[in-house]
Design a protein around this ligand. Sequence first.
Ligand SMILES: Cc1cc2nc3c(=O)[nH]c(=O)nc-3n(C[C@H](O)[C@H](O)[C@H](O)COP(=O)(O)OP(=O)(O)OC[C@H]3O[C@@H](n4cnc5c(N)ncnc54)[C@H](O)[C@@H]3O)c2cc1C
Length: 475
Amino acid sequence: MHATAPTVAGSRVPQDLLDALCAAVGEANVAVDPDVTAAYSRDMMPLAPSGKPLVVVFPTDTAQVAAVVRACAAAGVPIVPRGAGSGLTGAANAVAGAVNVVLTKMNRILEIDEGNRLAVVQPGVVNLTFRTEVESRGLFYAPDPSSYDWCTLGGNLSTNAGGLCCVKYGVTTDAVLGLEVVLASGEVLRTGRRTVKGVAGYDLTKLIVGSEGTLGIITEATLALRPKPAAPCTMVAAFASTEDAGEAVSGAIRAGLVPSLMEIMDATCIRAVQAHTGSSVLGDGETPAAVLIGQSDAGGALGRREMDHLERVCVDAGAVFSFVTDDLAEGRMLLQARRAVLPSLEVLGTWLTDDVCVPRTEMAALIAACERISGEVGLTIGVVGHAGDGNMHPTIVFDSADPAQRAAAQVAFGAILDAGRALGGTVTGEHGIGRVKQDFLAGEIGPVGLQVHRAIKRALDPAGLFNPGSMFAAD
Ligand SMILES: Cc1cc2nc3c(=O)[nH]c(=O)nc-3n(C[C@H](O)[C@H](O)[C@H](O)COP(=O)(O)OP(=O)(O)OC[C@H]3O[C@@H](n4cnc5c(N)ncnc54)[C@H](O)[C@@H]3O)c2cc1C
């Protein structure tokens, strides 16, 4: 029975609050034991600040979430919503003295409407579970973050997550028709629609998507589905310089190609994957400066034509090696090599993945900037990313036990964002702002943008209940 453990970091949970939370979700769904609550204090970003939660609750339906919010509002205690904790910005990190609301028990797929090609889900459904279920009905849910086997749809909605197939299908918001959200007042807001079109009123759905738990708690989502795409045809090309790889990406865009996926790995990532996995799928011999992996899900001869065309573009840009394959196992192996980048870099030390999106014509310049920054701070930086949309994930490797290296990693993290901005980019393509990029958000949106953000926050959450200190500081 968690609720009987009375203290967290020396601070007593106020009895009124504890009673109200137990009444809201049942005692079995309330944790105050520090050994339990500690597991919910951080996400996957190593450098973000975090506090110790006072209480962690696990509601199972919307009414319970609303009751939790009302109890916290009455006690003046902040709330941090949380999905699986796979985030890379500290956005789900606990604030000292907060109640963490973990949505993983709200994990039911409520409806799959094949006639209208939509689904209604609770926020704790794991992305892969949902994808697999809709695929079994010949349908497709496009947003596919690399963490899809454990992150939740609620987390995806709140971060506006991207993934490998954004180049063709966009980010999470492009697949959302409507939401149910518990507001700071405890009221339940419904946004959006079930129809294909609909323009009534402000687009509150798009406002909530990507709000990182700062405006309310998403308790249900209506998601748009697509027909299941055809089996992919895959192209791989290796380049002697990152400039040539960048030219190939721009060439593909100019040629009007819309692959379903186009990923890049630099030499550091290729070497790390080969060393860790022993795989030679990215080519034997001298390590190329960059590899591009493209896929088309257009199907049959059309998919093959698209990838043959992409290969020609790569060869024209100076590719030193390339091939196209319809073989599904071969295509899967190539993508596995791409997905193995983070585990492979982890062997070398703690990884810190940045997230910066630049105009596609500037991708090679960003990779060059990362090489320069790597030299300046004396740390390895491998660049992997979604080349088709310019969203790069330069990944810094450091020794987290060494304060000097931690500081250097922090410097590199910011320098990469500055370099991205200087190239006309944005400080996040998909991971969000959280507790590590507040200053960079303020720099990007400017004082008027920040004022509007704060006005929206004040209007929806006047007491600053939800996720305080995340995304931007209060006035
Ligand atoms: C190995 C690895 C690979 C990754 N690859 C990608 C990738 O390709 N693309 C990408 O975009 N991200 C990626 N991520 C980051 C992460 O998986 C995503 O940000 C994901 O969307 C977070 O989901 P989650 O369930 O873990 O949410 P959490 O990390 O628990 O929370 C994320 C944010 O959402 C809020 N939140 C969660 N649930 C709710 C809710 N129901 N209502 C309101 N707010 C809520 C939290 O307060 C927090 O602000 C990766 C992470 C890892 C570790």
